[in-house]
Design a protein around this ligand. Structure first.
Ligand code: NOJ
Length: 529
């Protein structure tokens, strides 16, 4: 088994973790200073969202220089120091790779747009206008509106699946692929342990640029992108070859015991997701709990998701699970804290590598963002379309600063942070939860430690019961995990007696006979005799 199969990955959103230079925005030095916290949590690897030079139109997912650190986050030396100290503590570091698009201020794009004859013209995706002068086809951007913007000076449209300030690279061009692979080598030489690859499933585009067919699911109010079935902008056959090429770069730098890994951001139904394993991605993010589980939090549904996924994996594929990230509403706001605790027990006791989003260990709720404080470009674009509700949209609520203590800016900064802290930060913060032995923080630590048990790491998954509000499963020979997804008391017949080793209420460790009682909102891990 490799390190990334045993690991718990922790996602840090650098803007919101720890500010050290007093500008209200987190930085690399802040992450370095908080390494002891991460070590004490017990996580094994950090994934850092982008900290590269960027105009910050999409908060770093618009990269203007792949090989430098944005001054707001620090310097390359800060990064090297962070990496060195993380490694000294036994923590791996994955960095974000954003290969689908650059910033419109990246020198490659400036050169590309300079003229139709530019040697880099073909590094991006340029097309003539449609006969009526409009966009070349009906492709829509993820952030609303057409995925094409006209460059007046050269009379052609360029493609951007996200903001107009995020033009898509042309992956069909071998020079582009080589340039991105050089970026990977730059960070691998510095010592990173791998990459989380942004929108991996979007790299390939239909060479015929066909219109996408209308989606039967679309109705007014849904985002523009939902108008169509994405036959031509997602999961194209070429993408598997691109993944393979990237994997080869990782392998150039891998040694036994020190594999460099690729975690891929891929939002696809499970049968299509698992094809990315065969293409060479170590961990294609499995978002099924986020996209299908949290909205239908019943045992039957969860068991269906887990069994479907387990059933699709070949024996070479290693599972992985996710409950949240910087693009998704907070776990605690989706389920409430009691069930967020149950969800944490699920995540850390399923078979496969879990990825945990910063702050979820405090049951951090969605932030409340006043209209004048909205930052997320997706929400701002929405504002221009539907002026009323825009501050409730977007991704700011899940990006609020980490509350470390009860001091004026939560120990995150000495000045007003770029996004407001959680309204309850004076009571919901790391220091307070460290002191409370029943806090979610302590539960997460216990779960991460528990997961090191070989049966929980490697043991087979089998559904034991999934009905009437109770989801229970076996792991390996020795463990039974029983989750009460309701607010009512429940009982469960066990195959044999055992010992409750951990309860999500953190208040019992005791022997059980063949009948297990579960209190409302309680999950337990039972070591069977
Ligand atoms: C996915 C990232 O997670 C998201 O935050 C970003 O806006 C888009 N990719 C575009 O890079």
């Amino acid at each position: 088994m490799s390190w990334w199969q045993r690991a718990v990955i922790y996602q840090v959103y650098p803007r919101s973790f720890q500010d050290t230079n007093g500008d209200g925005v987190g930085d690399l030095e802040g992450i370095r200073r908080r390494l002891p916290y991460l070590k004490s949590l017990g996580v094994d690897a950090l994934w850092l969202s982008p900290f590269y030079k960027s105009p910050m139109k999409d908060f770093g997912y618009d990269v203007a220089d792949y090989c430098d650190v944005d001054p707001v986050f620090g310097t390359l030396q800060d990064f090297d120091r962070l990496l060195e100290e993380a490694h000294a503590l036994g923590l791996k570091v994955l960095v974000d790779l954003v290969p689908n698009h650059t910033s419109s201020e990246h020198p490659w794009f400036l050169e590309s747009r300079a003229s139709r004859n530019s040697p880099k013209r073909d590094w991006y995706i340029w097309k003539d206008p449609a006969p009526d002068g409009g966009p070349p086809n009906n492709w829509q951007s993820f952030f609303g509106g057409p995925a094409w913007t006209l460059d007046e000076a050269t009379g052609q449209y360029y493609l951007h699946l996200f903001l107009p300030e995020q033009p898509d690279l042309n992956w069909r061009n071998p020079e582009v692929r080589e340039a991105i692979k050089e970026v990977m080598r730059f960070w691998l030489r510095r010592g990173v342990d791998g990459f989380r690859v942004d929108v991996l499933w979007l790299l390939g585009k239909d060479p015929l640029f066909r219109d996408e067919p209308g989606s039967p699911l679309w109705r007014p109010g849904l985002p523009d992108r939902a108008r169509h079935e994405h036959l031509y902008t997602e999961d194209q056959p070429e993408t598997y070859a691109y993944v393979r090429e990237m994997r080869q770069v990782l392998d150039e730098f891998s040694e036994p015991g020190r594999e460099r890994v690729m975690v891929g951001e891929i939002y696809l139904p499970l049968p299509r997701l698992v094809r990315y394993y065969a293409a060479g991605c170590h961990l294609p993010f499995n978002f099924s709990l986020v996209t299908e589980g949290l909205s239908d939090w019943r045992p039957e549904n969860l068991a269906r998701i887990v069994e479907t996924y387990e059933g699709l994996l070949s024996r070479w594929d290693w599972p992985n699970w996710v409950l949240g990230n910087h693009d998704q509403p907070r776990l605690a706001s989706r389920l409430g804290e009691p069930q967020a605790r149950v969800a944490a027990m699920l995540l850390f006791t399923l078979r496969g590598t879990p990825t945990w989003y910063y702050g979820d260990e405090l049951a951090l709720p969605n932030g409340l963002i006043p209209p004048e404080k909205v930052q997320d470009p997706a929400a701002l674009r929405q504002r221009d379309r539907e002026p009323t509700a825009y501050h409730t949209l977007g991704r700011d609520p899940e990006r609020t600063p980490m509350p470390w203590d009860a001091s004026p800016y939560g120990g995150f900064s000495t000045v007003e942070p770029w996004l407001p802290l959680n309204p309850d930060y004076r009571t919901r913060n790391v220091a307070a939860q460290e002191k409370d032995p029943r806090s979610m923080l302590h539960l997460v630590k216990r779960l991460i430690a528990l997961r090191k048990d070989p049966d929980l790491l490697y043991g087979a998954y089998r559904t034991y019961r999934a009905r009437e509000g109770v989801y229970a499963y076996l792991r390996g020979e020795g463990w039974l995990v029983a989750l009460n997804l309701t607010e009512k008391e429940k009982a469960l017949e066990l195959p044999r007696g055992g010992r409750v080793v951990l309860s999500t209420h953190l208040d019992r460790e005791e022997r059980v006979g063949e009948r297990l009682f579960l209190r409302p909102d309680e999950g337990v891990a039972v070591r069977l005799d």
